[in-house]
Design a protein around this ligand. Structure first.
Ligand code: GAL
Length: 700
């Protein structure tokens, strides 16, 4: 296996950016009648050490109040004001919400839902992605923005639209879907019918016009159709985005473009609705909006931190480890959870630096200033309605601003991971579409996160990658519940193991191919030979059912899913302890060419995953960069450029924690704080940032 050494630093998103970005969504369009507020904003931004804001996200009506009549003055002022304090602008294209005149005059821009009901004007993030008029209008406005601000010193990035999501089932979209299908299936309905197994329930199509998007009042039983629809929705959204960036790229080729991705709540995970990996080639930098429900009542703080870390690592990995931008987060609370709890003192600093620790070159908020009315008036902001710097939230935000300024050398460093966990959007869609198993307990994201946590707890860097990403730089690749195993993916996994890689698969993997068709005898799961086994049955357990596996003398509880497997060449490492498949294999390993392939047959308690991956990591001599043990809830993350490694020690518990750094690492003085000992004391929610240069640790 080739050693992969990361010896580079990525450049910042714009030559004028020196260090980390700090700021957030700023909505001056709401405050045009309050010039004193806008003036004060600039002063407060300086006080808070803010150096970047996203503007014009929902500014369309402020720019084009009537069709063809444009007012840019307010935006000119904001751009100039930012430039006057040396700040940066992430300029938005405002397609996320449109003026009422547009919906009224061109109703084709309004979405039709899956029940084929046309929606009324209102809210946001709800345009038809196919509508030629919406595409024309947005591109035209983007062109004007690009022409107007192309040479503005504050402009550093295009923030394209806002959190694309959702789907439209209008006639235009139906037609586009059919074209997409014709393209995919070479204009041959037989190919489509076979891929969709349409003979089932007499669903064979004899004309392209018979095909409709899935609907709860129509067709929703053809899994291949549903899967293709979801793929189409992603492609159509990417296509809409590409239409938006076309004029930007033409007029401002050197300004980075991005569109902000989302996470999912209440258990933090990646947004399900769009396959973000399909955007990766068309965004210059990955950006995302993180809103974990800190201090909740259903999980420990560190567990939520680990889930959030998983998403950070996934989004960083989408663009080959290039630093991403945390584009939104709340400095205090949100207004859309069932219970909107305040971030406790210290949590904003901790959660923000966590993003930086995982590869973010920014900390940005929604929102800079609370709006005065409408649905987000009670959402947290750096500046409250009180409008002053004398609030807890503002003070903490300002403290974070100066901390980030002192961390500027971290910008551009990335993460050197030898372990990859596969998280795959299409797999998720196919798995949840499947009827069977114990549907309520599928927990695909949670399962990926549990495998990930075994490494997070040890501070071992991990990339999280979709199934079609390159595996060649990793030593260990783990694919939990890879239900949909595309032939191409299988081939890449075989090549990876053949050349010495270690692969871990689990229950419920390799059941269907890229078309959602099950592998069969004449066309078997292409990985069975590599795994040295065959999966015969999958048992789903009730909550009260008892099952366990015995591995290396320890018994571990099992829940939800147990596969009954038949080893061929695989060695059995652990067995079930109960029921009619007692003593049958629960964990196997098979040597295949130069590599090894493990198979975990059951959903085990996390204690098993921790122990199993500890052994695997130690077999591969993988540890965190300073080889230390971490107390529960303390995270150690590292960024490196190959020469200098930055370490972030973070306490995600409600108690003080102590971390011992071996004497071999010489600790330099903290600037202005005197010498520190190898025993690092971390109060609740504290973060220490260390620097490892040629065997020593320096606090920065
Ligand atoms: C985001 C959105 C922002 C704001 C925020 C509130 O999803 O992009 O505009 O609504 O949520 O938390």
């Amino acid at each position: 296996m080739e050693e992969w050494v990361l010896l580079k630093r990525f450049s910042t998103i714009h030559p004028s950016v020196n260090g980390l970005l700090y700021g957030g969504d700023y909505n001056p369009d709401q405050w045009q009648a309050y010039p004193e507020v806008l003036q004060k904003d600039v002063e407060l931004m300086k006080l808070a050490n803010v150096n970047a804001v996203s503007v014009n996200i929902f500014g369309w009506a402020a720019i084009e109040a009537e069709e063809g009549t444009y007012t840019f003055g307010w935006l000119d002022d904001v751009m100039d004001n930012m430039a006057s304090i040396g700040g940066h602008i992430l300029l938005s294209t405002p397609s996320g919400a449109r003026p009422a005149w547009l919906s009224k005059k061109y109703p084709e821009v309004l979405r039709v839902n899956e029940k084929r009901q046309k929606q009324l004007h209102g809210q946001r993030h709800n345009h038809c992605f196919t509508s030629p008029i919406y595409r024309e209008k947005t591109a035209a406005l983007n062109k004007m923005l690009a022409e107007r601000y192309k040479d503005h010193p504050a402009l550093i990035m295009w923030h394209v639209s806002n959190e694309y999501s959702g789907e439209c089932h209008c006639d235009l979209c139906q037609e586009a879907f059919r074209e997409w299908l014709k393209n995919k299936y070479d204009h041959q309905l037989e190919k489509l019918n076979h891929a969709w197994w349409a003979t089932f329930w007499s669903h064979t199509f004899t004309d392209w016009d018979q095909i409709e998007s899935p609907s709860s009042i129509g067709e929703n039983q053809i899994h291949g159709l549903t899967l293709d629809w979801k793929r189409f929705v992603t492609d159509q959204t990417v296509d809409f985005y590409r239409n938006e960036i076309k004029p930007l790229k033409e007029i401002t080729p050197n300004i980075a473009v991005s569109t902000n991705f989302m996470g999912e709540n209440p258990h933090m995970g990646p947004f399900e609705g769009l396959d973000y990996s399909r955007f990766a080639d068309y965004v210059d930098v990955i950006t995302w909006d993180a809103y974990p429900a800190w201090h909740n009542e259903w999980e420990k703080t560190w567990q939520l931190a680990a889930n959030t870390a998983f998403v950070h690592d996934l989004y960083r990995s989408l663009k080959g480890g290039q630093p991403f931008l945390l584009l939104e987060s709340t400095p205090s609370l949100v207004n859309w959870q069932i219970t909107n709890k305040l971030k406790r003192p210290g949590m904003n600093l901790l959660s923000s630096l966590q993003a930086v620790a995982h590869g973010s070159d920014s900390v940005m908020y929604f929102q800079w200033r609370k709006s005065r009315g409408s649905s987000e008036k009670l959402h947290g902001a750096v500046v409250d309605h009180y409008g002053n710097e004398n609030t807890r939230v503002f003070k903490e935000a300002a403290e974070l601003g100066s901390r980030l300024a002192s961390l500027k050398e971290v910008a551009g460093a990335s993460v050197d991971a030898k372990v990859a966990i596969i998280y795959d959007w299409e797999n998720r869609w196919a798995l949840y579409e499947a009827q069977g198993f114990a549907k309520k307990h599928l927990d695909y994201v949670k399962t990926c996160e549990e495998h990930y946590q075994a490494f997070w707890k040890k501070g071992i860097p991990v990339d999280v990658i979709p199934a079609h990403y390159d595996l060649s730089s990793y030593e260990i690749v783990i694919a939990p519940m890879l239900y949909m195993l595309k032939r191409e993916t299988a081939q890449a996994i075989l090549t990876f193991v053949e050349s010495g890689g270690t692969y871990v698969s689990t229950y419920m993997s390799g059941i269907v191919d890229e078309n959602d068709l099950c592998y069969i005898e004449s066309d078997p799961n292409p990985l069975f030979q590599m795994l040295g086994l065959r999966v015969n049955e999958i048992d789903s357990l009730y909550k009260a059912d008892q099952q366990s596996v015995n591995w290396e003398g320890h018994s571990y509880q099992v829940s939800d899913f147990c596969e009954i497997v038949e080893p061929m060449s695989a060695t059995v490492l652990a067995e079930y302890e109960l029921d009619f498949y007692k003593n049958s294999p629960a964990l196997t390993v098979n040597t295949y060419k130069k590599g090894q392939a493990y198979h975990i047959s059951a959903r085990t308690e996390t204690g098993f995953l921790d122990a199993f991956y500890e052994k695997l990591a130690s077999d591969h001599q993988l540890s965190n960069p300073i080889g230390i043990e971490l107390p529960e809830g303390v995270s150690l993350q590292s960024r490196t450029d190959g020469e200098t490694t930055y370490l972030f020690l973070m306490n995600f518990t409600e108690e003080t924690q102590v971390v011992n750094i071996p004497e071999t690492y010489e600790l330099k003085e903290i600037v202005g704080e005197g010498p520190i000992s190898n025993e690092v004391i971390l109060p609740t929610y504290d973060v220490r940032t260390l620097k490892l240069v040629k065997g020593s640790v320096e606090v920065i």
